[in-house]
Design a protein around this ligand. Structure first.
Ligand SMILES: [Zn+2]
Length: 338
C-alpha cells in the first residue's frame, strides 16, 4: 500500500481554489452515485489532487458547502495520511508501471468492511501507467464492484487506458486553469517575484500544480539545465550533455519532445518540406521511445541517452531518413514513408 501522507499534505496546503470550485460545482450538479470515476486533466498532478479532494469529500461524515469538512474523524485521519479506508495505487519508486500484484492487493482491500462506515476507497494515480495485465485485473473489479467500493482513477493521458476500463468509469474532465489565476496562486504558494511564478509556470508548460511541486523539489535546476542543453546540441562534441543524466528518463523524453515540437512549429515555411521532415522524423523517434517507456519498457538509461544524442546530432545529416527509419525498425515500427 502506498503512503498517503504526501497526498494529505498537498490536499491540506496546496489545493488551488479553482479545483475546489470545480468540485463544488460537480457535487451540486451531477449525481455522484457511481462506483468509479476517471479524473482527467492535462496536468497529472492536478488530476491526482482533484481525485484526492473528491476522495476526502466522499469519506467525510459531515460535508460542508459541497466539500469535506476537514474536522470530522474521517477527515482528520485522511489529512494525517492514516485513513484505513483509503488506498493509493501509484507507480512504485524505481518502477515504471503499476503492476498486477498491486491491483490484486487493492482488490482485496476493496472487499473488506469499511472501518469508518462510508466506503472503501481506491485512488489510482496516473492510471494510464498500469500494465495491460494490471488494467485487466482492475477491470474485473470495475465490472463487479464490491458494495461499498469507490474507485477514483486519475490521468493526464487517459487515451492510454484500455477502452473497456474507460467505459466503466464516469469521466470527470478538468478544464485548463486560467493563466492569471494560476500565476496568482503559484505566487502565493512559492513566494518570490511575479517573474519567478511565470518562469515556473513556463517550465511546467502551464501546469500550475506541477509547477508548484517543481518549485519544492531539487528538480528545478536539473530541468533548467536540461532545457538549456537542447538548443546547443550542435555545439556539443564530447558526447551527450551532462544535464541529460541528471533527470529521470521520462523527464528527458518528455522535455525533448516538447522542444522538438517547438522546432517543428518554428520551421520557416519556405523551407518547410526539407527542414520539417527531419524534425518530424526525430519527433516520431522520440515519441515512440517515450511511449515504450510509458508502457513499462525499462531500457538502460545510458544506452537511451547515447541513442537519443546520436539521433539529435544526425538530424542535419543527408542520411537521416535512413538513420531514423532504422531506429524505428529497431523498436518494431516501420520507418516513415517519404
Ligand atoms: Zn469531514
Amino acid at each position: 500500500m502506498s503512503d498517503t501522507s504526501e497526498l494529505a499534505v498537498e490536499l491540506r496546503d496546496a489545493t488551488p481554489p479553482w479545483l475546489l470550485s470545480h468540485l463544488r460545482e460537480w457535487i451540486s450538479g451531477a449525481g455522484d452515485k457511481g462506483h468509479a470515476y476517471l479524473v482527467v486533466s492535462e496536468d497529472a498532478n492536478e488530476a491526482s489532487l482533484f481525485a484526492g479532494q473528491l476522495a476526502m469529500r466522499q469519506l467525510c461524515h459531515d460535508p460542508q458547502d459541497g466539500l469535506a469538512c476537514g474536522q470530522c474523524q474521517s477527515c482528520k485521519a485522511f489529512l494525517q495520511g492514516t485513513h484505513g479506508d483509503l488506498m493509493l495505487l501509484q507507480v512504485p519508486d524505481g518502477k515504471t508501471a503499476i503492476g498486477i500484484d498491486q491491483v490484486r492487493e487493492a482488490t482485496h482491500f476493496l472487499q473488506q468492511t469499511a472501518l469508518y462506515g462510508a466506503a472503501k476507497l481506491l485512488l489510482v494515480r496516473d492510471a494510464d501507467q498500469m500494465t495491460l495485465a494490471a488494467a485487466n485485473s482492475l477491470l474485473k473489479t470495475l465490472e463487479e464492484p464490491p458494495g461499498n467500493a469507490l474507485m477514483l482513477l486519475s490521468s493526464a493521458e487517459a487515451w492510454r487506458l484500455p477502452p473497456t476500463v474507460r467505459s466503466r468509469c464516469q469521466l470527470l474532465r478538468l478544464p485548463r486553469s486560467e493563466k492569471d489565476a494560476a500565476l496568482k496562486w503559484l505566487g502565493s504558494q512559492v513566494g518570490g517575484s511575479a517573474a519567478n511564478a511565470e518562469h515556473l509556470l513556463d517550465m511546467a508548460q502551464g501546469r500550475a500544480v506541477s509547477a508548484r511541486l517543481m518549485a519544492d523539489s531539487e528538480s528545478l535546476a536539473a530541468k533548467e539545465a536540461l532545457v538549456a542543453s537542447f538548443p546547443v546540441l550542435s555545439e556539443q562534441r564530447a558526447g551527450p550533455p551532462a544535464a541529460w543524466s541528471g533527470v529521470d528518463l521520462s523527464v528527458l523524453l518528455s522535455e525533448l519532445l516538447v522542444w522538438v515540437e517547438g522546432q517543428v512549429r518554428g520551421v520557416d515555411t519556405d523551407r518547410f518540406c526539407h527542414q520539417a521532415q527531419s524534425w518530424l522524423l526525430l519527433h516520431r523517434c522520440v515519441a515512440e521511445l517515450s511511449s515504450r517507456v510509458k508502457r513499462g519498457a525499462t531500457p538502460g538509461k545510458d544506452i537511451v541517452i547515447a541513442e537519443l544524442f546520436r539521433l539529435c546530432r544526425s538530424r542535419d545529416h543527408a542520411a537521416f531518413a535512413d538513420i531514423g527509419g532504422r531506429f524505428l525498425s529497431s523498436l518494431g515500427r516501420e520507418g516513415v514513408a517519404s
